[in-house]
Design a protein around this ligand. Structure first.
Ligand code: F6P
Length: 461
């Protein structure tokens, strides 16, 4: 018994792995291998800081630079919020929102908001839309509740988040008094600039800094993601450890054929450039991964969609969406490929029961795990879609836990950095996002936008 435990603890944890064989069959022989020198050059340009957007490379070796002292600070603040709040509202949008939600939903109970065991605070997300009903209903729900707020914004000025934070701050102060509110409002923002920083310093809120050189969509392993994840009760040390193992597994000196990020970057660019596959659908067979795909969509969409180029990042939850998007994927325009995030083993076991009457004809599944059915759905879908002309990339994940989510995060980040460089764009800016903001501010007569307001009114007259 003791021996077994000892050997178990020495066991080397398997990493996530990549299978591109069912994508390669849609390409010319050796098409992926032919990318080796370009991929190596792209990764080298990240490593030596010569790529476009090189002032935003702080994420590249972030996992290995995270110290225990830093994680302990995150955990201490999270513990304070957890002890003082029954609800924590995480206010943020885009990269200041999606990573935290992706991890919390992947690791949490599917019915977290209904589980009332008081072991964890309820985590709610806001500041990611301007829906009046959403905000009204949120403020109604929070009435009489002991709630806290994590206000996350790198710029500190994003309208959706700032507007929401003003509402929440006022409500929190009204319900708990200004002095107590100060202890349950935390800011995660720039070190020096922006309204969120000014407010945090003036009010004396505990605050964390988003490093200058880490863009929003690459910031989940900074306090942007780590603080809400710790507040939700998940193990941020394991998450970071997972990311650290992928930092090693995808390092620039790992041979091309063994580097999963290099392979993924190469195959998706080959599919895009040589096989006309303009859309990538990230697919899961576990509904808990829905927001992980949302995080991935921002990562790849903002990084690559520019200069008239870029694979369109889409996502589907299977088998749910096989009953809505399945028809299009099987037989629509052949411009898509799929990347399946495949969880090898669920955390829980549910066996299918016997029924004497067998009215539903399902006794052939008796005694099987629900996951056995799901896995056959996954395999059947892969075969059908490949037969239908959809290249398939598979990312296998041994288990849905913090360690492997950390691996997935870093794997997709480094692959994105390489892929964007292969595409020949700056993967670390997002100039296109400003267009709607400029119009909105002009339409709202925001001070400083007088000329734009005049121009837009003339255009609409
Ligand atoms: O953290 P901030 O500055 O509020 O920005 C939120 C999000 O908005 C964007 O800047 C786009 O407007 C994203 O890139 C970013 O993740």
């Amino acid at each position: 018994m003791t021996l077994l435990l000892a050997s178990q603890s020495l066991k080397i944890m398997k990493n996530i792995s990549l299978d591109i064989t069912k994508a390669e069959q849609f390409l010319k022989t050796n098409a992926v291998a032919a990318y080796e020198s370009k991929v190596k050059a792209a990764q080298a340009s990240l490593e030596n800081g010569t790529c476009p957007g090189n002032d935003f490379l702080g994420w590249l070796h972030l996992p290995s630079s995270i110290t225990d002292a830093f994680l302990n600070d995150i955990q201490t603040v999270a513990n304070t919020l957890r002890s003082k709040c029954e609800v924590i509202v995480v206010a943020g949008i885009g990269g200041s929102y999606l990573g935290a939600r992706a991890v919390i939903e992947a690791l949490g109970n599917s019915f977290a908001w209904l589980v009332n065991d008081k072991r964890n605070p309820t985590i709610l997300f806001a500041g990611n839309n301007i829906g009046e009903d959403y905000l009204f209903e949120l403020t109604e729900y929070l009435k009489g509740k002991k709630f806290g707020v994590i206000n996350i914004s790198k710029s500190g000025t994003t309208t959706e988040t700032a507007l929401t934070f003003r509402l929440l701050k006022k409500q929190c102060e009204a319900q708990r008094g200004k002095a107590e509110a100060k202890d349950v409002i935390v800011a995660v923002t720039d070190a020096k600039k922006g309204a969120a920083r000014i407010c945090a310093d003036k009010e004396g809120y505990k605050s964390f800094v988003i490093p200058d050189n880490v863009g929003g969509r690459f910031s989940v392993l900074t306090p942007v993601g780590l603080l809400p994840i710790a507040c939700a009760g998940f193990d941020v040390k394991e998450l970071v450890k997972g990311a650290q193992t992928m930092e090693k597994a995808c390092a620039a000196d790992v041979p091309f054929a063994e580097n999963p990020a290099a392979q993924y970057a190469a195959v998706r660019n080959a599919l895009y450039e040589e096989a006309g596959k303009k859309i990538e659908i990230v697919v899961n067979f576990q509904p808990k991964l829905h927001f992980f795909a949302e995080w991935w969509k921002q990562l790849y969409g903002e990084s690559e969609g520019k200069e008239g180029k870029g694979i369109f990042p889409a996502a589907c939850d299977f088998t749910t969406d096989l009953h809505s998007m399945g028809q299009w994927i099987q037989e629509g325009e052949r411009s898509i490929f799929e990347t399946v995030i495949s969880i090898e083993r669920p955390e829980k076991t549910l066996l299918f029961p016997h029924d004497d009457e067998n009215l539903d004809g399902l006794n052939f599944l008796e005694g099987k795990r629900v996951n056995d059915v799901n896995k056959m759905a996954e395999l059947g879908t892969q075969l059908a879609h490949v037969d239908g002309g959809v290249p398939n990339i598979k990312v296998s994940v041994p288990q849905l836990n913090a360690f492997y989510i950390g691996q997935l995060i870093y794997f997709f980040e480094i692959a994105c950095g390489i892929s964007g460089n292969l595409l020949g764009v700056n993967p670390f800016n997002q100039p296109g996002v400003e267009a709607y903001k400029k119009n909105m501010f002009a339409l709202l007569n925001k001070p400083g936008y007088e000329a734009e307001s005049k121009a837009i009114r003339e255009r609409l007259a």
